[in-house]
Ligand binder design. Structure first.
Ligand code: EZ4
Ligand code: CO
Length: 411
């Protein structure tokens, strides 16, 4: 198909509020597709992977050949998997799906099988430096329309805890952004015993205030050993969490076997996974409940669809990663998949800043706790070059952790 031959592919790096890497592919007919390649704190590595090693391979290919292009980039590189490679492949994959859907004149979810539901339930983020501030933050999220809420809390004895916004929320907006613009990463501190002592009481206070029905989530952010995670899961059972996320570091799938033996608290994992292989044991042995991968970091719509289809055979559901470092392009792609797959669970939704929204024009809607990707052909996002020009890339890093004795710990 001559008109759908790829004429150009550009890598766009901009920092409207935070850094984003976007791939823009154009066909001979002038149809444009966007893909998200943002890898928080390592953005330029993916930009180089795309510019230096992938863009030259795309020119002249048929944009319609999504599967062939995915396999060519994955198998053809010889060096497989990893976040840089898979973010680059994801950007190409999503840009080609965007193009295919635009050529078809349909929103992407129609090409994925059509809508399985009327909207995508999304959870918001609440946090507080103490319990009263946390309860206020939950109320603010409810006022924003969220019907499911992630709860993160400060811990006495720890200075800077993951997930806690530095400012109390004044506008109802939750503004925790872990990446910081600085030449070096910020150092945070960690004390697992203090955390394990404190967290169950916080959930008790939240349940006492909001009752039993409000879905509550919590992210332990990779910091616990298997037996510590088992103990936390068990301690949180009275508070009926929707999920406990990343209770142990993701590399060791076997860890969840031990956690699973001890607790019925539902488990979510996978935001740092990059392929279906990272889920092989977890799915087959039914060691978890929610797939946390994002379209952006797991090789695109093509690959994430395979992961959730595999998970579906074991009644494991989706719970795709949706922090601010997934660009509006990556979020939009996720929403189309959320709407289409049968085993949808929940979608994380951390609203982007006004500056981000000026660069990425979006068609999704948000009402009564649910997102919808909209009915525009493609994924429904356009990129404003003029707005982006005001926001050049700025070096930024995620923080890292040290224990009291100086040992580096998982962040
Ligand atoms: O730390 O997106 O569940 N959400 C998270 C995020 C991640 C960041 C890393 O880039 O764990 O806050
Ligand atoms: Co997380």
């Amino acid at each position: 198909m001559a008109g759908t031959t790829i004429r150009s592919a550009e890598v766009l790096v901009a920092s409207p509020g935070r850094n984003f890497v976007t791939l823009r592919v154009m066909t001979e007919d002038g149809v444009v597709g966007l893909g998200d390649a943002t890898l928080n704190g390592r953005e330029l590595a993916v930009a180089s992977y795309l510019t230096d090693h992938v863009v030259p391979l795309l020119l002249g290919r048929d944009a319609h050949r999504i599967e062939d292009t995915w396999q060519f980039l994955y198998r053809g590189a010889y060096w497989r998997r990893g976040p840089v490679t898979m973010a680059a492949i994801a950007a190409v994959d999503v840009a080609l799906w965007d193009i295919k859907a635009k050529v078809a004149g349909l929103p992407l979810y129609q090409l994925l099988g059509g809508a399985s539901r009327t909207g995508v339930m999304a959870y918001g983020h609440a946090s507080g430096r103490d319990v009263p501030e946390l309860l206020d933050s939950i109320r603010a999220q409810q006022a924003e329309g969220f019907r499911s809420i992630r709860v993160q809390t400060s811990v006495p004895g720890i200075d800077k805890v993951y997930g806690v916004a530095a400012q109390p929320s004044t506008s109802g907006r939750y503004d925790y952004e872990p990446a910081q613009r600085a030449p070096l990463p910020a150092e945070e501190d960690w004390d697992t015993s203090a955390y394990l002592r404190h967290v169950p009481g916080v959930f008790e206070a939240v349940r006492n205030e909001f009752g039993p029905a409000l879905p509550l989530l919590h992210d332990a952010h990779h910091r616990l050993t298997p037996i510590q995670a088992a103990r936390l899961g068990r301690a949180l059972e009275p508070y009926d969490l929707f999920w406990l996320e990343d209770c142990t570091p993701g590399e060791n799938q076997d860890a969840l076997r031990l956690v699973r033996q001890h607790t019925t608290t539902p488990l979510a994992i996978g935001e740092v996974f990059t392929t279906v292989w990272d889920y092989q044991t977890l799915v087959r042995e039914q060691l978890f409940d929610y797939v946390r991968s994002s379209v952006t970091h797991a090789g695109g719509v093509t690959a994430l669809r395979r992961i959730v289809d595999y998970a579906a055979q074991y009644q494991i559901k989706s719970g795709f990663h949706g922090p601010t470092d997934i660009s509006p392009v990556g979020m939009a792609a996720a929403l189309h998949l959320d709407l289409a797959v049968h085993n949808f669970g929940i979608q994380e939704y951390m609203q982007h800043s006004a500056a981000t929204d000026e660069v990425f024009r979006q068609t999704f809607t948000w009402a009564d706790g649910h997102l919808h990707p909209g009915e525009e052909p493609g994924i429904g996002v356009t990129y404003d070059d003029d707005a982006a020009a005001h926001h050049p890339y700025q070096a930024a890093y995620l923080p890292f952790n040290r224990l009291k004795d100086g040992t580096v710990h998982d962040w």
